[in-house]
Structures are given as structure tokens and as C-alpha cells.
Design a protein around this ligand. Structure first.
Ligand code: FE2
Length: 366
């Protein structure tokens, strides 16, 4: 696998908050009363957008999709289900999630820093219950997460307003002069029998799928470099096998998502020392400012990323991730795939670890 990238190639993988491009009509439900004003973002992958005009910042497959959403307070993102994992990271605002066939099996009000993994096949909806200055990052499992299955209320109301969804997932808006092409099947309401095949998730089950780095301790010894100068950090294993190096430790949420999610909290000057991983990893800055350096020592490229920015590190490249500035930082790491991610430390890190283990001084040139 190629591990040399030009600065221009790597710069395309740095997606800043200002680069996120909203789509006002990504989904059929945005046209319905009480649901207007939703903004959807496709940061990595097209996700499940129903609008072919949706801007996608980075299309390269990562094994999962990364998007975002904001919603005027008082408006609802309608009841729907997915055929893959869906995880939300609350960045700004307060959000009420509710779920079940009729949206009444349970509810959870989430605040910044909360991560929630919605079980696949569970109907879920949410609304903003705080400030209009709100934003959530969303992760969808698989490179192709398929199409949204909308609750019957959405399908029925949309038809009354002249909107239809083709089974291909594309929106047909007859109010704008489009017509349903002859022979094109459009989505119909689910029958009671079909509805029964969707999950019921209890309040306790859903609450067990919520994580916040402020409420769990994480570990300060999750990686070999934690003991070295510049490597001090607290790692949070949120979803899946991830990349940590403690064989006996398991993440908070373990069912397969097609990606894993962790987070590191570090003080300025600390973070990950140089290493490689053989799967792509997407960084989302939760707090502070970070410097990400990619490439070998004689061919390095660095980028500085700040709160809410995203950066995709390609598989196989040597990288270091360091909190900078004068404030503690938090950064989320989403690795593609369900497998345990193996970390390969750079020669310099390995020599420093050997030296620390044996008490021998480091070589002058290391
Ligand atoms: Fe969704």
C-alpha cells in the first residue's frame, strides 16, 4: 500500500468545520410541517442522503460514513431506521432522542460530549431541545449504508404533499414538476407484520449505549507510548475493538459497527507518538487544538486542526497526533473495520521503549 502522499493529497483529507456543506433537502422529511430547517452534512461518504446534489467532502471509502446534522429547536428529525449502525456524537446543543415503532419505547436527552449508538433496525427520532446553535456528528456503518426506512407517518404525509421516495432511495418531488417515472416503484408504508420485524429497544438497553468521556475514567496506560515523554494521554474505548494495547480491556459498546470509536484526552505537548496503523482512521476534534504529522521523518507533513475539524489519516502512513496550544485537548478516533487495530511504533519510539525498559541510555542519533 502506498504510504507516500504529497502535501496536496493530504490537505484534501483535512476537512475543517468551515468546509462542512449543508444540504437543506437531503431527506424526504425535510418537506413536512414541523420538520423544516434540518441541515445534513456528508463529510466522509454520501451516507444515506436522498438528494443527489448533496456535497460530500471526501468520497474515499473508509469502511463507514461520517456526516453531521443540525436542526432548529422544536423541529423533529422523523422516525426512521437504518440497516447499519448509526452513532451520534453531540457536539453542540441538547437533543432528545426517542425510539420504538411509534417513538414511545424510551427517550434520552443528550448533551455535548455524549455518544449514542442506536441499535440497527430500531426506529429512532430526535429533536433539538436546547439552543439553535446545535450540531451532531453522525457515523453510519459500512461503505454503503443503504437507504433510510422511514416511519409510516413520514411516507403517508409526504405522499399527501406530493413527495415520493423511489425504492432506489432518490426523492421525487412532484411539486417541482417531477413525476414518478412509469414503472418506478416508490416506497409504501410498512404493514403491521413488516413493522413487527423491527427491534424494540428498552430504556435500559439504550442508556447502556451512551458514553461520555466526562463520566467514564478511561485509561492512562492503554498504549506503549503513554509512559514516554509526549505520550501521556487518557484513552476511552467507546465502541469496538479499536487500537488500544490492553488485551484484557473491552470497549463500552462491543457489537460490530464496521468501525471502532475511541477518544484520547491529553494535555498540551502530549498525544500519540509516531506510529502506523493499517486501516484508515478519522479524527474528529472534540476540544482544543491538535497537530497531526504524517509521513516519515525526512518527508513529514503537518496540519493543525481545531475543535470540530475532521482529518482522515490514510492507512499505512506514519503519524503522530499531538495536543498543542495551552488548553487540554480531546480528539475522537474512528478506525475503519471491526477488527482489532494493530499499532506499529516508529523505530524511534521502539528504541525509547527499549531504553526505558532496560535503563540503557538512548543512542545519540535516535
Ligand atoms: Fe439516521
Amino acid at each position: 500500500m502506498a504510504t507516500h502522499y504529497t502535501r496536496a493529497e493530504l490537505a484534501k483529507r483535512v476537512i475543517r468545520k468551515a468546509d462542512y456543506t449543508p444540504c437543506e433537502e437531503a431527506f424526504v422529511d425535510t418537506r413536512l410541517p414541523g420538520r423544516e430547517g434540518k441541515l445534513n452534512y456528508c463529510i466522509i461518504g454520501a451516507g444515506v442522503s436522498e438528494n443527489e446534489n448533496q456535497v460530500v467532502n471526501l468520497s474515499e471509502p473508509h469502511g463507514f460514513n461520517l456526516g453531521g446534522v443540525s436542526l432548529p429547536t422544536g423541529k423533529i428529525n422523523s422516525l426512521h431506521s437504518h440497516t447499519t449502525a448509526e452513532v451520534f456524537l453531540v457536539v453542540r446543543g441538547d437533543w432528545r432522542f426517542f425510539w420504538g415503532h411509534n417513538g414511545d419505547d424510551g427517550e434520552a436527552v443528550l448533551s455535548p460530549g455524549d455518544v449514542i449508538s442506536i441499535p440497527t433496525g430500531t426506529f429512532r427520532a430526535f429533536e433539538s431541545v436546547g439552543s439553535d446553535d446545535n450540531f451532531m456528528i453522525s457515523f453510519l456503518g459500512e461503505d454503503d449504508p443503504g437507504h433510510v426506512t422511514w416511519g409510516n407517518d413520514v411516507i403517508e404525509q409526504a405522499a399527501a404533499y406530493g413527495f415520493y421516495l423511489a425504492e432506489s432511495g432518490m426523492l421525487i418531488d412532484t411539486t417541482k414538476g417531477d413525476s414518478v417515472p412509469e414503472g418506478t416503484p416508490v416506497l409504501q408504508s410498512l404493514t403491521p407484520e413488516q413493522l413487527r420485524s423491527y427491534n424494540r429497544t428498552s430504556q435500559a438497553e439504550m442508556e447502556a449505549r451512551v458514553y461520555n468521556v466526562e463520566r467514564f475514567p478511561g485509561r492512562t496506560d492503554a498504549f506503549a507510548d503513554c509512559a514516554l515523554a509526549g505520550g501521556a494521554k487518557t484513552y476511552h474505548a467507546i465502541i469496538g475493538e479499536g487500537a488500544h494495547e490492553i488485551d484484557t480491556w473491552r470497549a463500552h459498546i462491543l457489537n460490530p459497527h464496521s468501525f471502532s470509536l475511541g477518544a484520547i484526552a491529553a494535555d498540551p505537548g502530549n498525544g500519540f507518538l509516531p506510529h502506523r496503523a493499517e486501516v484508515p482512521v478519522v479524527l474528529v476534534v472534540g476540544a482544543g487544538s491538535w497537530q497531526v504529522t504524517m509521513g516519515e521523518p525526512d518527508d513529514e507533513t503537518s496540519f493543525e486542526i481545531d475543535t470540530e475539524d475532521t482529518l482522515s489519516i490514510p492507512a499505512g502512513i506514519t503519524r503522530s497526533i499531538r495536543c498543542r496550544g495551552d488548553q487540554p485537548g480531546l480528539i475522537y478516533l474512528a478506525y475503519g473495520g471491526d477488527q482489532k487495530v494493530s499499532i506499529t511504533w516508529s523505530d524511534a519510539v521502539r528504541e525509547a521503549l527499549d531504553s526505558a525498559a532496560t535503563g540503557a541510555p538512548l543512542k545519540a542519533d535516535s
